[in-house]
Design a binder for this molecule. Sequence first.
Ligand SMILES: Cc1cc2nc3c(=O)[nH]c(=O)nc-3n(C[C@H](O)[C@H](O)[C@H](O)COP(=O)(O)OP(=O)(O)OC[C@H]3O[C@@H](n4cnc5c(N)ncnc54)[C@H](O)[C@@H]3O)c2cc1C
Length: 374
Amino acid sequence: MDKVDIIVIGAGAVGLAIGAAVADKDKELYILEKEEVYGQGTSSRNSEVIHAGIYYPSNTLKADLCVKANPMIYDICEKNKVPYKRCGKLIVANGEAEVKQLEGIIKHAQSIGARDLEMIDKDRIHELEPNVKADAAILSPTTGIMDAHGLMDHYHREARRKAGSDPVVLDTEVTGIKQTKDGYIVEMISGGEPFEIQSQVVINSAGLYADKIAAMTGIDIDKEGYRIHWSKGEYFSLTGKPPAEMLIYPPPPQDAASLGIHSVPDLTGRLKFGPNAFYVDDINYAVESEKEPFWRDVVKYFPTVKLEDLHPEMSGIRAKLQGPGDPVRDFVIRHEEDKGLPGFINLVGIESPGLTSSPAIAEMVAGMVKEYMD
Ligand SMILES: Cc1cc2nc3c(=O)[nH]c(=O)nc-3n(C[C@H](O)[C@H](O)[C@H](O)COP(=O)(O)OP(=O)(O)OC[C@H]3O[C@@H](n4cnc5c(N)ncnc54)[C@H](O)[C@@H]3O)c2cc1C
C-alpha cells in the first residue's frame, strides 16, 4: 500500500488552496478529486465575487477569514495574472426602512473590519451608476470580481511547483476512511479500480459531500452539527448592454438565506442576476424557477430592465450547515484531535464567502498541519 504524508480530499478552490499551502518537496501529498477535471463543484458555480466581509456575524471565521483574504486575493490575482476587476459594489436602499437597514449594516461591517465603506446619497449614486434607482447606498470599493478558474489554476500551479510533481489525482472518489495507529487508510475508487493509501494527515475539503466524508471517520454528524443542507441558487442573464458596471445588491433579506437578488457583472462584460435560495434534496443544476419574481426584485433598483431580457443562465448549490429556519452557522474548520482523530482536519459548511476566503482558509489549515507534524 502507498504511504503518504498528507491527503486532501476534494480539488475545489479550497482543497487546491490548501494543497498549495501545505505542498513541500519533503512531503508526499495527494489531492484526491472524484471528477475528471478539478474545480467542477461549487467553485465553478458561483458569483465569483471578491467579498469585502460586510454581513457576517462578529467573531466568526466567515467574517475574520473574508476580511483577511480580500487583499490577499487581489494580491494573488495581480501577481499571477489571474483576471479580476476591482469594480466595487453598491448596497442600495429604497425607502426609509431600507435606509435604516443600511445604517445598521455599515456599522456592523465596520465593527468586523470591512475596509473603506462609505454611505453615499442619491446624487453620488447617480454620478457612479446613473441607471440605478436608490435613495442611499453603501459603497464598498474593495468588492470586486475574479476568474474562479484562473484562481484555481494558480493554486494548482503553486501546489505542483512546491511539491515538485503534480499532487492532484483525478477520477478518484474517496469511499471510506479507517483509522490506524499512525494515521488513516483512505479507501478510494480510482479510474474504476479500488485502492487504499495510508496517510498521516487527512484534510476533508469535499464541499457538498464534506459531511459524508466526516461520517466515514465515525463522527456523528447530527450530534456534531456537521450535516450539510443543500441550498440551490439560480441566475438569470440579461441580454443587451449592462445597466451598471458595479455590483448592485439590495439590502439582504431578513431570513439571511442569501444576500438577495443582485447584479453580477462578469469579466467578459455580461451581466447576470441572482442567486435565489431554496433547499433541495438532490444535485440538479437546471434553472427551474420562474423569472418574474427575479425581475420584480431587480426592477426595484434597475427600473429599465425588461422581463423579456432575462434568460435562465446557471445555478450553484450551497453547502449550508443551517437547515430551513435555523440560525446562521459559521464555517467548521477543525483539527479533530479532541474527537480522537489526530491528524484529521474537517472543513464543513464552506459556503459563501468560501471562494474569497480560500487563501486565508488555506493559511489556517497549513498552520494546523505544521503544528501537528512538526
Ligand atoms: C450560488 C453560489 C454563489 C456563490 N458566490 C460566491 C461569491 O460570489 N464569492 C465567494 O467568495 N463565494 C461564493 N460562493 C461560495 C463558494 O463558491 C464556495 O464557498 C467555494 O467554491 C467552496 O469551495 P470548495 O473547494 O469547498 O468546494 P467545491 O468547489 O465543491 O469542491 C469540493 C470538491 O470535492 C470533490 N469531492 C466531493 N466528494 C468527494 C469524494 N468522495 N472523493 C473525492 N472528491 C470529492 C468534488 O467533486 C469537488 O470538486 C457561492 C456559492 C454558491 C452556491
